[in-house]
Design a protein around this ligand. Sequence first.
Ligand code: HEM
Length: 642
Amino acid sequence: MVDLRFDSEPEKSSLGMRVDPGRGDAMAVQGSGGSSKTGRGNVGGADVGVDVGEKMLKIGVGTGATLGTEMEVGQAEMGFELLSQGKWTKGRDSKCCFGEIHLKVYEKHRTSDSSSATHNVPIQPRSLSYVNNAPPPSFLSQGDLIMVLEWIWWRPKKLERLLKEQGITITPYNLVMGDLKEIFKHFSEARSKPMNLSHDIIPRVSPFDLQTIQKYGKKSAFWFGTTPRLYIMDPDLIRDILSRKFDHFALVKGNPLLRFFLGGLVTYEGEKWAKHRRIINPAFHMEKLKHMLSAFYTSSNDMVSKWEKLITLEGSCELDVWPELQNLTGDAISRAAFGSSYEKGKRVFKLQDEQAELFIQSFRTAFIPGFSLLPTKRNKRMKKNHKEISAILMDIINKRQKTMKGGEANNNDLLGLLLKSNQKEIQENKNKKNVGMTMEDVIEECKLFYFAGQETTSGLLVWTMIVLSMHPEWQMRAREEVLQIIGKNKPNFDGLSHLKIVTMILYEVLRLYPPLLNIARCTYKNIKLGEISLPPGIELLLPIVLVHHDHEIWGEDAEKFKPERFAEGISKATKNQVSFFPFSWGPKICIGQNFAMVEAKMALAMILQRFAFELSPSYAHAPTTVITLYPQYGAQIILHKL
Ligand code: HEM
């Protein structure tokens, strides 16, 4: 049994709530205007707090962790009724209700200009009901129902109106799902067959976005569930959003399960972000990367040596290089991050791979509030992995700290550099509070290095091999350059930094096949963006891939592979606009971009030194994305020994 109970005398409620005996056992909750009145109640075992202020009706619902919502009643033109079909029973000091709970939302309309009387017009959905003679599922109590209504109807409709007032076209709102069904449908259709061998990948990787923009224009938005997502394709606005630190735009809080495998810098904002970025930055300085070169070399050497062994007497072999390159970047980051503890690091990263997989599986249920709290098999597995990962990392870090104190440790890996920088920060700010990073903080950052750096860099490498197979003339030019500058020797830092053609090629691959297709931010207060005034609660989608393929920006040959665009660097190619941002831009730009570029150059130089390569007839061109862009059916390539 579930009870609905408010701790007040219903007939003369001091809470701005009224139990209306005239309507049987219905109870109406209305914004009353005037002074703020507050109260607490209990719905289905959950705390309910009601605060009726002058213009605001706040309802907070707690189920252990405090959930909350606020509904702006504006000039009290909206209201809702909590109807109960159930039976009211007087408890010792409160009323309880058993049976069916019924909720109704309405807009209040003034009956005439002079009259203050209102009549209530129900808005769709007319009512929601919840039968509560069985215990409610733990993720949805009756109190949550009020929140649900705000979430699925009031808020979306209000935001829709505000966007339309700004001249922004938005797709029609579908209850709860928004455009998610359409997005999935387009996406599954696009994934169902490979595409022709061209770089015109948008219809396959972003089919819904393409269709929406073709239909409604670049100044348009769609519904990601109940939240409007606005396309931002103008490079000036992209610059504005990415450069204005965090006082204007917030990160998008997505799937709550994300916390089990991704934390750290990329998820932080404000002071916490600034502190962590300051501490981590030194570990990624070019000078420090030089020390990590041997990690990149060892991993690349292991891979190409293995490939050499696969080559038959005829001097060639066919290989799906996608898993090979994923393994390479996982190996490289494990060595670069943990040095001597690299084997243990690999175990962590294996578990992180599983976490990513489980996380991806959870996408479809992610938008149901509370779903992540259910004890499903997947959720339990994620929690278990999370614990194991933390325990291994804690052990690695503890041991490292001990050896550092004893002065024995080699601190040139990411972990060592991070701990050293953290110690320095703590020493320099002895008298301040919350100085430095905690053990948990360090664990989160280590996990992030792997997630942020592995699939992204392997994506860059795999598309480079595919594209260079499609454009053998550029493969030849790149090889000539490598042989001219590095010869057949072990690549060193200096040699790699002189590879101009290779760099141009990598940039052009990052333009056509950016590992991350989008960056998202959201508004959390009223904000002016260019000519548009945006309310809080709008998500801004910065579609890297659409901007990189935009003909208005890159010309009619935007879909062509032309590394010469970057012959004089990025600023010349973009005319100083933010139209090429595979690593993002501004203060939150990828901290690992130099790391990734050096690693990719090392691997590519070593491949080019030893092999010529071409696409196998069994290769099917099928770029697709879940988190990063990858070849759906693998990358079957024929390697010829040089
Ligand atoms: C080709 C390879 C890579 C690409 C394309 C890439 C791309 C990106 C992008 C677009 C962001 C911004 C995300 C956002 O703000 O929503 C980002 C952030 C980040 N990346 Fe990378 N990344 C790459 C490699 C790496 C590597 C190798 C590492 C570390 C070893 C790394 C660590 C990070 C971190 C820590 C952040 C968060 C920075 C912050 O929020 O201050 N990335 N990356």
